[in-house]
Design a protein around this ligand. Structure first.
Ligand code: IVH
Length: 706
């Protein structure tokens, strides 16, 4: 074994030996660098060894070691962190980008609560800290564990590290028996500069920004390293609590402060959207002098009883939003415009750019949205950018906000060559040559090839195997592209017949580049593993336009079984009638999504492809969440007439939280009709069918203790 042998020339045995040696050398180098802050390899040597390790692993994926250096981001993750499931999920926030979005947020909150524009409604406004969120669990006043956000449901156990942070008390007095405090770990600008200076003095790598430095420092297996890093913590929220902290957000923040937490001094109570905007402006003006990074202002409804009523929408609370600061900008040349065809056939123009740094990130691609955007028009045909179109060769302004895809925002016409041709948007799919059609009212032009379009087929397959969908180990985008290009899989059902078609002797798969007997077997096993799969994942995996992960889960909970779901989709085909009303009654399903669902099932080729898939699977029913003690769990409820104490949306969300199924029409399956003043035909039908009918107060009394 020699480090000089070309990777292509290595046989399995020498590759295995070399991976073992590289793991040892690189893991030691990581320890020297991170744990002892005393690197012994220079960066170039370290990088070259790491690249070689990756190249060998790519050629022999089944030889990849469990302790592979490529699994390690910076610090050695010898045993990794244990996982903690959050008692209350850690959610993210919806975003607002301008005053109009803030007004919309306020209007949405009021509408949901049934408050008119003049009713008093207080909010809090506070800086959005650009760090990483942390949940601290205190039992009987003692810190018992600390967890990162992770995927929102499960995070990493970083308790030992959290204990080293001065702003985090390990014991608190006078707290509720159970209290989960949530907030942001961050690093100040001054501490960040000093840390980077120290790192470079020692020949170490420096961190790109304070957020990365904070994340890298908190996620250390060796807590003595965390201790040596100057991390701070602002408390701004809470998870599980055995008794309420206060009756308002502001009160709860003050209580957290009394308990010994650091809260942000710029947190302010505001009584109107105008006041929120004024405070936003104030914070924005002070941004440069705060000494730590913030990326916006968070608005929260102040009254906690109203927060409770507003509740959550899949991953974000209805009672809060993050008003982000304007994005970062840079100018560069647009070298080309490519058209990509997505899973649903959408033709998306992508700007290829001369690479440019925008807010610390190198950007070489940006979205151009759609053909109107290139022409300088918005979706209603009004001019944008003063009507300036975008052409190949233009000097363009690139805009980036947070993690969103960069976009081309502006063009400098003075730098355009006179003969620069106008960009002509294709009317044929660049991948399959089918007509690319733009429906009236749709901003997007779509390939009409459906599943015959290879680009759509491959994107659908990639979506099918992605996280949240079938998530098949060893079958990622790269493998799907390869198998599709070679004609091994054309549609999802084909994945489940791979073993039958190519598995005998594994010869064919083994002969492929990057596959060995072990990895081939692992793949077949991973596929078998996913033959039994819950309904929500199947619905999401179908890749139906507008139907995301959260909606799939709600739809699955509504229909519970594949048979019920597919029957309903067929029955709702005409987009009228009971099955259609029932589909629209699912929380989060609007007419557009419902239309997309039933149309998919109505298309013969699509339907046949879905049937072939289902024939391969064992689809598991999805149960509604446990709703212990709820008198309406499992019941079908219909609301009709005017509700006076809550809006229809709130009534529906609350009933569903209690495990009821809310339907739009009365049928023999209806258990309870809640009828307000003005109830008409539904009340009569319910009476005819002998269905229990309650008025609003009766309903509220029924669910009062649930
Ligand atoms: S409140 C239920 N307040 O922003 C939502 N979040 O985009 C609770 N963040 O994951 C979050 N500063 O890491 C809240 N003052 C603040 C915040 C804040 C930063 C982060 C937090 C969260 C993310 C959401």
């Amino acid at each position: 074994m020699t480090a000089d042998t070309a990777v292509d020339a290595l046989d399995e045995k020498s590759a295995q030996q070399e991976l073992a040696r590289l793991a040892e050398v690189l893991l030691q180098a990581n320890r020297d660098y991170h744990t002892d802050d005393a690197p012994r390899l220079d960066d170039a040597t370290y990088d070259a060894l790491k690249r070689r390790n990756t190249a060998i692993e790519e050629r022999f994926p089944d030889l990849k070691r469990v302790d592979s250096p490529s699994n390690q981001v910076g610090a050695p993750l010898a045993e990794g962190f244990s996982k903690i499931t959050h008692a209350v999920p850690m959610l993210s926030l919806s975003n607002a980008f301008d005053a109009e979005d803030v007004a919309d947020f306020d209007a949405r909150v009021r509408k949901y609560l049934g408050l008119d524009a003049d009713s008093p409604l207080a909010y809090t406004a506070e800086p959005k800290i650009d760090g990483l969120s942390l949940s601290l669990r205190y039992e009987d006043g003692a810190l018992v564990h600390a967890a990162t956000r992770g995927d929102g449901t499960t995070g990493e156990n970083v308790t030992a590290n959290a204990r080293t942070i001065d702003d985090i008390p390990t014991v608190i007095k006078g707290a509720p028996k159970l209290l989960e405090v949530r907030g942001e770990v961050y690093m100040s600008h001054a501490d960040f500069e000093a840390l980077n200076a120290r790192q470079s003095e020692r020949g170490g790598k420096s961190f790109a920004n304070p957020r990365n430095a904070a994340a890298g420092s908190l996620r250390q297996l060796d807590s003595s390293i965390t201790k040596s890093r100057p991390l701070r913590f602002f408390a701004y929220a809470w998870g599980a609590v055995s008794e309420p902290l206060a009756t308002t957000q502001m009160g709860a923040i003050e209580r957290l402060e009394t308990l010994g937490f650091v809260t942000n001094p710029l947190t302010k109570k505001c009584t109107s959207a105008a006041e929120l905007l004024a405070h936003y402006k104030d914070i924005e003006e002070r941004r440069a002098t705060l000494g730590y990074d913030i990326d916006g202002v968070v608005y929260k409804v102040d009254d906690l009883a109203l927060q409770e009523r507003l509740g959550f929408r899949s991953t974000t609370p209805r009672w809060a939003t993050a008003h982000k600061f304007a994005a970062e900008l840079a100018w560069t040349w647009l070298t080309d415009i490519d058209i990509q065809v997505g899973r649903t056939g959408a033709l998306s123009p992508v700007a290829r750019l001369q690479p440019v740094t925008v807010g610390g990130v190198v950007v070489s691609n940006a979205t151009l949205h759609n053909e109107d955007y290139i022409k300088g028009l918005d979706s209603k045909g009004n001019e944008i950018r003063g009507g300036k179109d975008i052409r190949v060769g233009d000097w363009v302004q690139v805009y980036r906000a947070g993690d969103v895809i960069p976009k081309v925002a502006d063009v400098d016409l003075s730098k355009r060559k006179e003969d620069a041709p106008v960009f002509v948007f294709p009317t044929q799919c660049p991948e399959c040559d089918s007509d690319a059609i733009r429906e009236p009212g749709d901003a997007v032009r779509r390939c009409s090839g459906g599943i015959i379009c290879p680009a759509q087929a491959v994107e659908k397959l990639k979506h099918f195997v992605a996280r949240g969908a079938f998530d098949i180990d060893g079958l990622g985008s790269k493998q799907v592209e390869q198998f599709h290009a070679d004609g091994w899989i054309a549609e999802p059902a084909d994945i489940f017949t791979l073993r039958k078609r190519y598995g005998s002797g594994l010869q064919q798969l083994k002969n492929r580049e990057g596959w060995g007997e072990k990895s081939a077997n692992n793949l077949f096993d991973a596929i078998e593993d996913k033959r039994t799969i819950p309904l929500d994942r199947v619905i999401f995996a179908l890749g139906i336009r507008h139907v995301g992960e959260a909606a799939s889960s709600l739809i699955a909970m509504h229909y519970e079984t594949w048979d019920a779901f597919e029957t309903a989709m067929a029955e709702a085909k005409e987009q009228t009638g009971a099955a259609w009303d029932d589909l629209l009654a699912v929380d989060g399903v609007g007419a557009v999504m419902a239309g997309s669902l039933v149309n998919t099932f109505a298309q013969e080729a699509e339907r046949a492809s879905i049937d072939r898939l289902i024939a391969q699977l064992n689809v598991q029913p999805v149960k509604r969440p446990e709703t212990q003690g709820s008198p309406v769990a499992g019941k079908t409820v219909v609301f009709t007439g005017t509700l006076e104490k809550m809006t229809r949306a709130e009534a529906k969300a609350r009933a569903e939280r209690l495990g009821a199924k809310v339907s739009g029409s009365v049928s023999a399956k209806t258990d309870i009709l809640v009828a307000g003043p003005g109830a008409g035909s539904k009340a009569r039908k319910a009476a005819d069918l002998g269905i229990e009918t309650l008025d609003e107060d009766g309903w509220l009394a029924l669910i009062a203790d649930a």
